[in-house]
Design a protein around this ligand. Sequence first.
Ligand code: ZN
Ligand code: ZN
Length: 349
Amino acid sequence: MQRQSLVAYAEPLQSTEAPTPVPQGTEVLLRVSHCGVCHSDIHLQDGYFDLGGGSKLDVQAGRKLPFTLGHEIAGTVEAVGPEAKGVTTGTRYAAYPWIGCGKCGLCARGDEHLCNAPRALGITVDGGYATHCMVPHPKYLLDVAGIDPAFAGALMCSGLTGYSAVNKAIAFQKAGPILIVGLGGVGMMGLQFARAMSDAPILVADIDAGKREAALKLGAAEAFDPADAGSRKAIAKASGGGVGAAVDFAGSDKSLAFAQGVVAKGGAAIVVGLIGGSFQLPVPMFPLRALTIMGSYVGSPSEAQEMLALVKAGKIAQIPMETRPLGDTNRSLDDLRAGRVVGRVVITP
Ligand SMILES: [Zn+2]
Ligand SMILES: [Zn+2]
C-alpha cells in the first residue's frame, strides 16, 4: 500500500510504502477512495496544541512513526476478516474514526470518542492518507448510500462535530436563541444542523464579512461582527437579553470571551474550536449568571447515525470541495495552514 506519512513531527509528510495488511478477526480493510484534509491534522503534524501564554499541549505520545494521518475516510470494502459479519466486498462506506478501546466505561456507555485509550483512525492508529485503511470492526462502517463519498468522509469530522455541538446547544434554547460563533467549515455545518434541528431563528457571528454573507445565504437570521464594539448590544437586542447557547467554533481566548459574554442567565457557552489560548472569568460569575461553559469533542457513534439521517433527509447542503491526488497531501496541509483553502480539500488515494 502507498501512504503519505508523518516521519517526524513538524516536518513535511513523505511517501512511504508498506505491505497491504490482511484483516484478522473482525477487521475490515477499506480501499480508501476519499479522505478529507482537516485542520486538526496540522496540530498533529506539529505535535502540539497551543494552550496560550507560550505553553503547549504535547500530542506526540502513543503514535509510532511513520504514521499515516487522515480521519475523514470513505472507501469500499476490499477484504474482511473471518469474524467480520454483515459487510461484503465492494460496498461503499464512511469510517467512523473516533474509535475507543471498547473495554472501558466510556466505551460501554457509547462515548467511544471520549475514550482515554483511543484507537482513533488517523489520530492514534494509521488513517486515510493511504490507499488502504484497516477498520477494527464492521460496526464502525456507516452506510452513506446517496451521499457524495467526498462529502461522506468530511461528515465524519466536521459534520459530526457540528451536529454534536448543536445537539448540546438545543437543550439551552429555553434561555434564548442559538448563536454560532466562527463560520469556518465546521461552523457552517453547525449553522446548517441548527437550522435543521430548531424552529427558532439562528444567529451567527464572525469577523469576516464574506463569511457572514455566506451564513445569511444559508439561512442565518442575523449576522454580527465580534470586532464591532456595538455587537454585544446588538446581540442582546436581537436575542431578547442574551443567547441561550453560544457555540464557539473558533475556540480562541478572544472568541470564547466574546461567546460567553453574550450568553443569557441560565445559558451556555459551548467550546468546539481548537485554535488555542487561555481564558479567565471571575468565579462568582458562574453562579450569579447560572452560566455553563462546556466543551464538545467530535461526536459518538450514535450521534454519527443521527447526523447522517439529517444529511440523507436532504437538510444539509454540501460544502465546496476540491479533490486532489494522494501525492498532494502535504501541499494540501500547507495550503490549509496558510488559509488558502475554501471548503474542504479531499485526497483521492
Ligand atoms: Zn477532522
Ligand atoms: Zn474505551
